[in-house]
Unconditional design. Structure first.
Lengths: 283, 300
């Protein structure tokens, strides 16, 4: 066997492995989609992927949900009312803070930066109880403020760090020449650095969107009334509210719940990949 | 290190204004809760009335009386030991395979990343529950292959592993990080090694692995911290059962705090979680000088 055929076989084996594992990776999601068209009897004890018939009734029925007068229209609106401001506030505040850290040499900066990095490792579990009691005393329970305020106050060190890393890569000469032209620090940030940071801001925004959208524990703790429920909470509720779960309805709503993330991912793949790669590297 | 006293320009003080939001957030929403939970852990506190100091009672109950706690601790540690290495080894393996001149690699990278999109979402936890039911599709598949069925969620010896699989399924984001790191390894190192007649395996252990250790290290710490606090999958899929075999510390914490309103007791649990995280992180950092390779120290 010469070297050329050997590499060829090697490559083929690699392909086979990657394809097989790839199928295992996405099969659950594909199966989830087709399950929305199946009655319970068709789901259980069967390996068949395709349903015997297609009808949208599970989506229509599932959308109404069994939580009384609440429909998934409300849950979706609630989710976006919670997620979108949280995402925008996070990027805005983290970009400003990252600017402060990346471009100025103020006293105590080293220590503060160390603190910032240390909070990367601060587990949510250890702060959630006092936060709850704090929000409770402010009367913020059952509102979305427990999501907005931490975003406004840039308590996401991960994104700050990511944006600092990105900003360090932008030449300082840009700032200097703008100062020469008489720009103030905010003008430099707003007119010069921010436009250049678009890809990084976009990545940070995508991740924050995704994480807040998927969040369950915080929503469970801070949101009480069904009228303010987000999709995660509604989905969990749908498992409990019937004695016999009609899985096609549950799967239909679960599928609708993950769909925005899949669409977003395919539209903005580049930013996802870049975001992951830059945060993990160096520093 | 320069010893010269640094002179600050007037403009530099503006930095303090820009970091002000974070500073407030840090003090109010991170530092204060951090200290407060330590304080609560020495009190009896039910949110309705002021906390009353009870000394070490919570910790003594936790370690001496509460068997459920020891079980949860064990479950959480097992969960971490399964998922973190499982995820990272798989991520590294696939990243290495993909780090070749291959057609369609972007497509595969995309496909492998998809499960990671859903993180700890309820939707995929429900999906998992349905798939792994006794008469679910996974068992149907086993039957079709003439293999014995498994009680994926009903058997206390297996349920935790079923939940671990959900976590490991989401190895895509670590994989993308590893791929990016592999792409950064300078080709010149391999070329030089080749001239010296080094074997492929030797190159892997002497060049590839050392070059990407910082990323492995970063992933190891972050994944461990997450795993030790995991909550959603166990809560949704098995509700901690059967026989508390999936009753992770995160769930115990949630139930004590927000079902039983024993916030002081729950704070003690949260501090146990924190201390475990601290110990693991310190051990990793200690050992890191031995195995993590930094090309240049980062100046800031």
């Amino acid at each position: 066997m010469n070297k050329k055929t050997k590499t060829k076989i090697n490559l083929t084996l690699t392909y086979i492995f990657i394809i097989v594992v790839g199928i295992i990776m996405v099969y659950p999601i594909i199966w989830m989609f087709f399950t929305t068209f199946k009655e319970n009897a068709e789901i259980f004890g069967s390996t068949k992927l395709l349903p015997s018939s297609y009808s949208l009734s599970s989506f229509v029925e599932g959308w109404k949900s069994n939580g009384g007068n609440q429909t998934y229209t409300n849950f979706f609106i609630n989710t976006f009312v919670m997620v979108i401001p949280t995402t925008l506030l996070t990027i805005a505040s983290c970009a400003v803070v990252a600017y402060g850290f990346a471009r100025f040499k103020f006293p105590g900066k080293k220590g503060l930066f160390m603190l910032l990095i240390a909070t990367l490792m601060l587990p949510n579990a250890v702060i959630i109880i006092p936060r709850y009691s704090l929000y409770n005393s402010f009367g913020w329970i059952d509102t979305y403020l427990p999501f907005y305020v931490p975003a406004l106050l840039a308590t996401y060190p991960f994104f700050i760090f990511m944006l600092i890393q990105f900003m360090r890569g932008l030449p300082r000469e840009l700032d200097e020449s703008a100062y020469m032209d008489g720009c103030g620090t905010f003008r430099v940030f707003w007119n010069i650095l921010l436009p250049l940071m678009k890809p990084a801001l976009f990545s940070a925004g995508l991740f924050q969107f995704m994480w807040t959208y998927n969040d369950y524990l915080n929503s469970l703790i801070f949101i009480n009334s069904t009228s303010r429920y987000t999709i995660s909470l509604a989905l969990r509720l749908s498992l409990d509210s019937e004695s016999v779960v009609q899985w096609n309805k549950v799967m239909a709503m679960a599928f609708i719940a993950v769909l925005p993330l899949i669409i977003l991912f395919f539209l903005a793949q580049k930013y996802f990949v870049e975001g992951i790669s830059t945060t993990g590297l160096k520093g | 290190m320069k010893t010269k006293v640094r002179e600050y320009k007037k403009r530099d003080y503006m930095g303090l204004i820009y970091i002000a939001p974070w500073l407030v957030g840090f003090l109010l929403l991170q530092l204060y809760p951090f200290i407060a939970s330590l304080f609560y852990s020495f009190t009896q506190y039910n949110i309705m009335s002021e906390p009353t100091f009870v000394g070490l009672t919570n910790y003594i109950t936790l370690f001496k009386v509460d068997n459920e706690f020891w079980n949860s601790l064990k479950v959480t540690i097992v969960y971490t030991i399964y998922t973190v290495p499982g995820k990272l080894v798989l991520a590294l393996l696939v990243a290495l395979l993909m780090n070749k001149q291959m057609k369609g690699i972007n497509l595969f990278r995309t496909i492998y990343y998809i499960p990671s999109l859903f993180g700890g979402s309820v939707a995929v936890a429900i999906l998992w529950k349905l798939m792994f039911m006794d008469d679910g599709v996974i068992n149907a598949l086993l039957t079709a292959l003439h293999l014995p069925q498994v009680q994926w969620l009903g058997n206390p010896d297996i349920a935790l592993r079923t939940i671990c699989m959900l976590e490991i399924w989401q190895f895509g984001s670590s994989m993308v990080m590893f791929l990016a790191a592999l792409k950064q390894v300078p080709q010149s190192l391999y070329e030089a090694a080749q001239i010296d007649g080094a074997s492929k395996l030797r190159c892997f252990f002497k060049i590839t692995i050392p070059q990407i250790t910082p990323i492995i290290f970063f992933n190891l710490i972050m994944q461990t911290i997450n795993a030790l606090q995991s909550f959603t999958s166990a809560f949704v899929i098995t509700k901690g059962g059967p026989l508390k075999s999936t009753y992770v510390l995160g769930m115990k914490l949630y139930n004590e705090a927000f079902k039983n309103y024993k916030l002081g007791y729950a704070s003690a649990i949260s501090w146990v979680i924190f201390i475990i995280i601290m110990i693991v992180t310190l051990l990793l950092f200690r050992s890191s000088t031995g195995w993590v390779y930094y090309e240049d120290s980062d100046e800031f």
